[in-house]
Design a protein around this ligand. Structure first.
Ligand code: HEM
Length: 209
């Protein structure tokens, strides 16, 4: 972690907002991937859900709010990220010495955060400027090049969310030191389930065309 120039009071306030915005985003992703996964059961069901979210303006309101929330979450987290020349090298060297899995997980958080920051904007913009949201529309998008995007974006989003929830549990004492291995294993299993659901959903949409 990079030394902070923020005073302690401001640091804990910023930590709170980072956790709060991260928790809202994690909740959104869990719901989004399940709603998107409904296509595995029935594309008509997914179309119905998309219609409802658009008719009630939930999608239209959520889209800009989510982009702003991602920017806010990243802006707060960026103060700890190893951006400056040499910082990343120092961080990797320290991680090697510490031999602590959690330190490496934080590096995964930094890498996936950058992918999500760039990817989420393009994803939301592309979907929201091509309304109405339909499975047929998604299939067209995937066949026009977006499948490669989702093959990278989906694992990054799942890794970032899963590791984020784990780190949050450790930071706030919800997960004790003795329980860490068990909690980590549980989170890997949940991430595996989400990755399977997302992959099945993308495959179902892909083979619709
Ligand atoms: C209101 C805003 C959003 C809408 C309307 C939306 C809609 C969609 C739609 C229709 C798809 C299917 C693929 C496609 O059509 O391109 C999709 C997939 C996906 N979206 Fe979003 N999305 C939104 C925000 C986000 C955000 C903020 C993230 C992550 C930071 C995200 C992550 C994903 C992922 C990972 C997939 C792949 C899902 C899977 O494999 O089942 N989405 N989204």
């Amino acid at each position: 972690m990079i030394a902070s120039s923020f005073p302690a009071g401001a640091r804990s306030r910023l930590d709170f907002w980072q956790v709060a915005s991260g928790a809202i985003l994690a909740l959104f992703i869990c719901v989004h991937l399940i709603l998107e996964g409904s296509v595995v059961i029935s594309p008509k069901l997914t179309d119905g859900i998309a219609w409802l979210l658009e008719a009630t303006c939930v999608a239209q309101i959520a889209a800009p709010c989510l982009v702003l929330l991602i920017l806010f979450h990243f802006w707060i987290a960026a103060r700890k990220m190893p951006f400056r020349a040499g910082e990343l090298g120092v961080f990797v060297r320290h991680s090697r010495c510490l031999r602590e899995a959690d330190t490496w997980l934080w590096l995964v958080q930094v890498f996936t955060a950058v992918v999500i920051l760039a990817g989420a904007f393009f994803h939301v913009y592309t979907v929201m400027t091509d309304l109405p949201i339909t499975v047929a529309g998604s299939a067209k998008r995937l066949h026009s090049g977006w499948m490669a995007f989702h093959a990278v974006f989906l694992p990054c989003v799942i890794l970032h969310t899963g590791i984020g929830i784990y780190r949050l549990a450790v930071k706030f004492g919800i997960c004790s030191k003795a329980a860490r291995n068990r909690v980590r294993a549980t989170i890997w299993i949940v991430m595996g389930c989400y990755l399977t659901l997302g992959t099945l959903a993308l495959s179902r949409v892909w083979f619709l065309e």
